[in-house]
Design a protein around this ligand. Structure first.
Ligand SMILES: NC(=O)c1ccc[n+]([C@@H]2O[C@H](COP(=O)([O-])OP(=O)(O)OC[C@H]3O[C@@H](n4cnc5c(N)ncnc54)[C@H](OP(=O)(O)O)[C@@H]3O)[C@@H](O)[C@H]2O)c1
Length: 295
């Protein structure tokens, strides 16, 4: 495992982290439903493999409860990041995802997360989106700072994207930024550098570009980029598409952890092996970047 310091938090995290959205269970969204037993076995396997950074959210169905049931007894082995501002509605057959920037929602999210995950603190509480003005005007940033002072939250951050990111960065309060990034969707490349140079820890989502054509939830636009840039041509010596994409993501000098989501043991082991190889050779990074930029 390669470890990185997550910016100002000082947490020493594995550069390959784990995103738990795939463990959301029944009556949520998507086609695949991972059952309780499989998900609990999988979470233990993630820790057994040495991954020490987990990302979740109140609106990922039963993912938080599964973390509590499966691995709360191993709480010292992982850093736990969850989110707030989630005003989801659980219908009989699906979850309606909504966000609300109100103190009572943030308070309820944190209380629920702690109960579900059978813990008395989270290492990182992130706003699940939101812009600087809304979060500030509603007093939510002060609220997170109070949680941190009370010790129930160790660090505060935000999951975000352009165009909200520069104003959020300018607030100077967030210890981490979670953003989407891969060679197929590189739009956040420079702002990641800017945030990291300001001292923030960088958490990458979408770092394996959602896995490609066989993935459960398809992102056709990403597959189109792969094909149009002829990246298949660059796969040599048995390198898979997933390895190339993931190692490109890990090549970003400021990728502290990439929270790759998988519920497939073979994929998990493949990702661990790819992450252990580390960054791609610089000439390959440049070639991929140029091919995608030329589109
Ligand atoms: N707004 C937000 O805050 C937000 C939004 C989205 C996601 N997230 C977080 O980020 C995490 C990751 O995001 P994501 O799931 O959107 O993107 P991702 O990690 O790039 O893609 C996950 C997909 O890639 C597939 N995959 C993983 N390893 C693979 C491999 N070696 N070969 C082929 N396919 C592979 C997985 O399928 P298999 O299970 O079949 O391997 C899964 O369908 C989530 O779990 C969540 O924690 C946050």
């Amino acid at each position: 495992m390669i470890y990185r310091t997550l910016g100002k938090t000082g947490l020493l995290v594995t550069q390959l982290g784990y995103g738990t959205m795939g463990l959301r269970g029944p009556n949520t969204w998507g086609v695949r439903v991972v059952e309780d037993e499989a998900s609990e076995r999988f979470l233990n396997l993630v820790l057994d493999c040495g991954i020490n950074f987990l990302d979740t959210a109140p609106d990922y169905g039963v993912a938080e409860e599964r973390i509590g049931r499966a691995i709360s007894s191993r709480r010292s082995e992982y850093y736990l990041a969850t989110k707030c501002g989630c005003a989801y509605i659980q219908h009989d057959d699906h979850i309606e995802i909504k966000h609300a920037w109100r103190p009572e929602v943030v308070q309820r999210n944190l209380e629920t997360s702690l109960t579900r995950m059978e813990t008395d603190y989270v290492d990182l509480l992130q706003f699940h989106g939101g812009d600087a003005e809304s979060l500030q005007q509603a007093g939510l940033i002060d609220q997170l700072i109070r949680f941190r002072e009370e010790g129930i939250v160790r660090h505060i951050g935000i999951s975000t994207k352009l165009p909200d990111l520069p104003d959020l960065l300018a607030l100077g309060v967030f210890e981490t930024f979670q953003v989407a990034y891969s060679c197929l969707a590189p739009v956040h490349h420079d702002i990641i550098t800017e945030a990291a140079e300001a001292g923030a820890g960088i958490i990458i989502r979408g770092g394996i570009a959602h896995g490609g054509p066989d993935a459960e939830i398809q992102r056709p636009a990403l597959n189109d980029v792969w094909n149009a840039a002829n990246l298949e041509d660059l796969l040599t010596d048995g390198m898979t598409r997933a390895e190339l994409i993931l190692r490109y993501t890990l090549s970003h000098p400021h990728c502290d952890t990439a929270i790759v989501g998988t519920c497939n043991e073979d994929h998990l082991r493949e990702n661990i092996a790819a992450a252990a190889k580390g960054a791609l050779p610089e000439e390959l990074v440049q070639e991929i970047r140029q091919r995608v930029a030329a589109l």
